[in-house]
Ligand binder design. Structure first.
Ligand code: AMP
Ligand code: GLY
Length: 420
């Protein structure tokens, strides 16, 4: 099999790492990739939003299967585009991608198929917004309908603050949409649940706990994720069966019913309160950095699973896992998620001994004349599996501590809720 991975983050590096272990892999390219993927496969420097150019490169490289990491190309219809030209794609169609691409689609879908999630209302003007806030109470959650790179949601403790947010979205704060949804605030603890599905059957593919805030103790602005661990200790067998029966199964059945069966990775962001899960959001792809741990913990051949998914052949299949839990700690450029320098050199990467229990997955890195430069917000992922999360975290930190890099920043408390 000749495979292309689309994306350039730690998620995509870890997928490359995992696929390299498959006996069915003949060729692997990453588009556009980073300095880490370049060490284990070929990077192709193609603008992934230019589907025609992308197709030409895939053809030239005789690619059989494309695995799409990030949501944007999926929401823009990369699967529909490439499959029309006979290139197989792992990931959902444009229509099915609406589960992440439009919050309004998701909320209406949840109502129609009775999937537990927060009460909501689409508001079309400020007086509707004001009445809705009075109805739902404070805090209130303000959401923009379209993709907003994780910035489309605010939780407001004051009515005035919420109305200002609503106004900003109406006047075009987000390019993707001017539609506004207000949601009741859900209490509880968040967890992530992943399944892989061929549209008909599905297999659970792990659970994880992300840490979205930039600073220790979960304070400061939201980021793409500063670290995660897996499995999530919140998701007991009982809660898992509720997630499957009340959320995952009705979703897959509903998507089939509306004529858009969902195929690929379905990532449920959940709020769990008193043992009851509610759906906060769906992502239509692996989480980053959650994926990095899942790829290290998976024993089965991931390429085989991908092929079975594309061929609608997941029925009666199994995924095997290593027993150890895993953790990933993200090292970012100081200043992220705000402004940061893009020129600092990272030294000592070669002093970290990597093996099947510890890997450094690259994200925003570039190789410039043999030096690794930190060019992105999130830069490296120290991913470790071990007997306990405490041991794994210590080891992941020790690895990052070895690096010499002027603007290095990472949280030392990933997993604080479970590591005493
Ligand atoms: P979303 O992009 O919809 O996942 O929202 C981003 C984050 O906002 C989530 O991970 C939650 O932490 C928070 N959030 C979103 N909706 C709600 C809600 N209804 N109640 C409480 N927190 C929420
Ligand atoms: N780590 C959260 C996400 O990938 O959406």
């Amino acid at each position: 099999m000749k495979v292309a991975i689309i994306g350039s983050g730690g998620r995509e590096h870890s997928i490359c790492y995992k696929l390299k272990q498959s006996k069915n892999l003949k060729k692997l390219v990453c588009i556009p990739g980073n300095a880490g993927t370049a060490q284990i496969c070929e990077n192709l420097n193609v603008d992934i939003s230019n589907f025609n150019q992308l197709y030409d490169e895939l053809k030239k490289n005789e690619i059989d299967i494309v695995i799409v990491g990030p949501e944007v190309p999926l929401v823009e219809g990369i699967k529909d585009f490439l499959e029309e030209k006979s290139i197989k794609v792992f990931g959902p169609s444009k229509k099915a991608s609406q589960l992440e691409g439009s919050k309004l689609f998701l909320k209406n879908f949840c109502s129609e198929f009775k999937i537990p999630s927060a009460r909501f209302q689409e508001v079309k003007n400020l007086s509707e917004a004001s009445n809705c806030i009075d109805k739902f109470g404070l805090p209130i959650v303000v959401k923009s309908d379209g993709l907003a790179a994780g910035k489309g949601v605010t939780i407001c403790n004051k009515k005035e603050e919420a109305l200002n947010d609503v106004k900003a979205i109406f006047s075009g704060k987000f390019k993707s949409s001017k539609k506004v949804i207000l949601e009741e605030f859900l209490k509880g603890e968040e967890a992530s649940y992943f399944v892989i599905t061929d549209g008909e059957d599905f297999l659970p593919i792990g659970t994880a706990q992300d840490h979205k805030r930039i600073f220790e103790n979960d304070v400061g602005p939201n980021t793409g994720g500063m670290g995660a661990y897996s499995p999530s200790y919140l998701i007991t067998d009982d809660i898992e069966s509720k997630i499957i029966n009340r959320i995952i199964k009705p979703t897959l059945a509903g998507m089939k019913k509306i004529g858009s069966p969902f195929s690929g990775i379905l990532y449920a962001g959940l709020m769990i309160n008193n043992g009851d899960p509610k759906l906060i959001e769906y992502n239509i792809r692996f989480g980053d950095p959650e994926c990095q741990i899942l790829m290290m913990r998976m024993k089965s051949d991931f390429l085989e699973i991908v092929i079975n998914t594309i061929e609608k052949n997941l029925k009666n299949k199994k995924i095997e896992w290593y027993d150890y839990p895993g953790i990933t700690i993200v090292a970012s450029n100081k200043g992220y998620p705000g402004h940061y320098d893009k020129s600092k050199v990272i030294k000592n990467l070669n002093k970290i001994d990597q093996n099947e229990n510890i890997q450094i997955f690259h994200a925003g890195t570039s190789n410039v004349n043999g030096e690794i430069i930190a060019i992105g917000g999130r830069v490296l992922n120290s991913t470790v599996t071990n007997k306990s999360l405490k041991i794994a975290r210590d080891e992941a930190l020790r690895a990052l501590d070895k690096l010499e890099w002027e603007n290095k920043y990472y949280r030392r408390d990933i997993g604080w809720r479970v590591i005493k």
